[in-house]
Design a binder for this molecule. Structure first.
Ligand SMILES: Nc1ncnc2c1ncn2[C@@H]1O[C@H](COP(=O)(O)OP(=O)(O)OP(=O)(O)O)[C@@H](O)[C@H]1O
Ligand SMILES: [Mg+2]
Length: 216
């Protein structure tokens, strides 16, 4: 099966330190991957390079079979490839507008947009927060908004960076539940995490980053 994302010979250094040295990595549709490894090992850097938010020193990258070797080409994959940071930036409007923003950029008409946003609010369990500005949300609520905002765009590849860090048990359970339902047969989710609970997502494939390399 053609991978949704493939990379070969990825090299990334910071000064003298060779941080990433990955000969080959292939991600398949229909899978959830957990990117594990100690603090500072390079998980965030790897996801950011994949999303084109950071340049690599070298390497070949393919998205759905098309070469996207430059960071600019990879950044242009959005919203088909979305990186969700642990503390996603939310616009100072309200929850519904944040979730609908990407749809607006895509030129989706208002009525259709409202229906899609309403469905995401239900999915994320945040219908009661529809009109609330982001600064009045808890960390767990913000994370659910960020997940809904990404999911509404139906990305084929979703990169989640520490989605459950700094959440209390109840909020974490809700977010884990959402993540377990983000994958479908056509997309792929990769999650950088230290959270053992995420390892319980059915069929999650573990990738361990160690000394710059991915151990299967
Ligand atoms: N601009 C930079 N210059 C020098 N070193 C950097 C720079 N950016 C990141 N690093 C270093 O690269 C290493 C990898 O950082 P990264 O954030 O990718 O790790 P991580 O695996 O995501 O860690 P964590 O589990 O704590 O999130 C760290 O040691 C960090 O200090
Ligand atoms: Mg990180």
């Amino acid at each position: 099966m053609k991978p949704i994302f493939a990379l070969q010979n990825l090299r990334k250094s910071h000064g003298e330190r060779l941080l990433l040295n990955i000969d080959k990595l292939e991600l398949q549709r229909g899978n959830t991957y957990l990117l594990l490894g100690e603090n500072g090992v390079g998980k965030t850097t790897l996801l950011r390079i994949m999303a084109g938010l950071e340049a690599a020193d070298g390497g070949q990258f393919q998205f759905d079979g098309q070469f996207v070797n430059s960071d600019t080409e990879r950044a242009a994959l959005a919203p088909n490839l979305i990186y969700v940071h642990q503390h996603s930036y939310l616009f100072y409007t309200n929850v519904a507008e944040n979730i609908g923003y990407g749809l607006k950029l895509r030129g989706i008409p208002k009525t259709e947009r409202e229906a899609l946003v309403a469905a995401e609010l239900v999915w994320a369990g945040i219908t009661h927060l529809r009109d609330v500005p982001p600064n009045q949300l808890s960390g767990g609520e913000k994370q659910r908004v960020a997940m809904a905002r990404a999911r509404v765009l139906k990305p084929e590849l979703l990169l989640l960076d520490e989605p459950t860090a700094n959440l209390d048990d109840a909020a974490r359970e809700q977010v884990v539940e959402l993540i377990a339902h983000m994958r479908d047969a056509n997309n792929c989710v990769i999650i950088a995490t230290h959270d053992k609970e995420l390892a319980e997502i059915p069929d999650a494939v573990k990738l361990k980053l160690e000394e710059g390399r991915v151990q299967g």
